[in-house]
Design a protein around this ligand. Structure first.
Ligand code: 6GU
Length: 222
């Protein structure tokens, strides 16, 4: 999978060199390109935003700059993701859906967002355009939101996770069952003992206990 992100803060994407996605890049499973929106400006001040038509607070990102940045990236294979708190809520099914894509282009808006004609234009040209939010709170921009999405999507790609069984087990999370509590050594830590059943070696009883614990967590809304 090819992933491109366009941003005025390329430094935000340094974590993509680490851990899971860093390794996936080394292995050639994903290739990430980071593009500085300001390099597509042509004025002396490198301005990317302007005042909103109709008045009001804040600034809106200029469509010409976004067009200049997106045109060379977009192909028939591309899905354009515009990050905005007004978008469709990102969730695990959407992560699975986008993990099937060949090329994802993330447009990270700042200020009050990107001129609405940008998404409209690429949709009218026949591109797949998704306006996406990661949750019901407001961030300073789409950078962190796109990092969240990239991590959730990349770990679903074949060969990224060392242990694909964890993907099978977590499918229960997607089905509305929340996970059971996990423990490792030592058997007692600060006077708290690991539930004895987990040390019993009785796999059927352990599976039953875990299912029950997951049900309790779900019913408590944890
Ligand atoms: Cl995608 N952008 C911003 N600015 N805030 C958000 C968001 C996106 N998702 C949740 N909050």
């Amino acid at each position: 999978m090819k992933i491109d992100t366009i941003t005025i803060f390329p430094e935000y994407f340094a974590p993509l060199q680490l851990s899971l996605i860093g390794k996936a890049q080394e292995r050639g499973i994903v290739e990430v390109g980071i593009h500085d929106l300001r390099s597509y400006t042509s004025d002396n001040h490198h301005s990317v935003d302007d005042t909103p038509y109709g008045g009001g607070a804040g600034m809106v990102m200029k469509p010409e700059i976004w067009g200049a940045a997106l045109d060379p990236l977009m192909t028939k294979e591309s899905d354009l993701i515009i990050l905005t708190p007004a978008g469709r809520k990102f969730d695990q099914p959407m992560a699975h859906e986008l993990a099937q894509a060949t090329h994802l282009v993330f447009a990270c808006g700042r200020y009050e967002g990107i001129d609405a004609r940008v998404g409209q234009h690429y949709a009218a040209k026949g591109f797949r355009v998704h306006e996406v939010s990661i949750g019901d709170y407001v961030l300073g921009g789409g950078e962190v939101a796109s990092l969240v999405m990239i991590e959730a999507i990349a770990r679903l790609l074949p060969g990224v996770l060392g242990n694909p069984e964890s993907l099978v087990e977590e499918s229960h999370v997607q089905e509305g069952f929340l996970e059971y509590p996990n423990y490792t050594k030592p058997p007692t830590w600060r006077d708290i003992a690991v539930p004895e059943i987990l040390l019993s070696g009785n796999h059927a009883a352990i599976a039953q206990w875990r299912a029950e614990q997951a049900r309790i967590r779900a019913s408590e809304g944890l």
